[in-house]
Design a protein around this ligand. Structure first.
Ligand code: APR
Length: 230
């Protein structure tokens, strides 16, 4: 039975692929106001603006590729049962070859009925416009968790964290809950690692690689691959 490595990733792991983060100096929330583009009220108030915000991000996703940080996490699968929990709505972990990816905040390549949260359709790189309908005839909306909306995958994510033999945090400012609270489900005895060029406040012992994902993730992966097999 392979040991379980649980990885919590945020926008920082996709930064070197060319996707901007949210709270860095050039971050997305420096260019847009959350309340204008990333809440259900915003969508009701100005659906065209919100749909186009995500259409732009979906188009960008199809211009970029996974980076070394994503690829190193795939390497871990040689020896471990790797479970990625990502806050990202890009599919770069999947493109790199990670086999278990749990999206907390949704996925740009999916849309859903704005009447039935469980009626989800794959849209790939297609835009969503007003008048685009789900199979139930309702308007299609991005399958994204907006601020204030429920995070249905938080329970399975917490269960994964409870069973982690190793826990790695890559590229998240740990600002947004409930995602940031997942670290509290990780057993105290589980070795934890952090890869981020900035100092991120983490309230437990953790081995820090204060550098970009493109170089830092390899160092953590090398360390874990060199662990003696039981
Ligand atoms: N490699 C690793 N980490 C990086 C890199 C890099 N090349 N560049 C930046 N970072 C780090 C930053 O230092 C920061 O700690 O990535 C983190 C990005 O933090 P945020 O911009 O807050 O992104 P994230 O934590 O993913 O935001 C969480 O907030 O807006 C919502 O739903 C959105 O999923 C998002 C959530």
């Amino acid at each position: 039975m392979k040991k379980k490595v649980v990885v919590l990733t945020g926008a920082g792991i996709s930064a070197e692929s060319g996707i901007s983060t949210f709270r860095d100096s050039d971050g997305l929330w420096e260019q847009y106001r959350v309340e204008d583009v990333a809440t259900y009220d915003a969508y009701l108030r100005n659906p065209e603006l919100v749909l186009n915000f995500y259409n732009e991000r979906r188009r960008q996703l199809f211009q970029v590729k996974p980076n070394e940080g994503h690829r190193q996490l795939v390497r871990l699968e040689e020896k471990y049962d790797v479970r990625i929990i990502t806050q990202n709505i890009d599919n770069l972990h999947e493109q790199a070859g990670s086999t278990h990816v749990l999206h907390l905040h949704g996925l740009l390549t999916q849309a859903r009925s704005d009447r039935d949260d469980n009626l989800i359709v794959d849209i790939g790189d297609r835009d969503i416009h007003i008048g685009d309908k789900a199979p139930d005839g309702a308007q299609l909306r991005p399958h994204i968790v907006w601020f204030g909306e429920a995070v249905p995958n938080i329970e399975p994510a917490a269960e994964l964290c409870e069973k982690a033999d190793y826990f790695i945090v890559v590229g998240t400012s740990m600002n947004v809950y409930p995602a940031a609270g997942l670290i509290h489900y990780v057993p105290r005895s589980t070795p934890c690692y952090l890869v981020d060029p900035k100092a991120v406040p983490i309230s437990r012992p953790i081995t820090i690689f204060q550098e970009k994902a493109g170089t830092g993730v390899k160092k953590v992966v090398d360390e874990l691959l060199n662990q003696p097999s039981e």
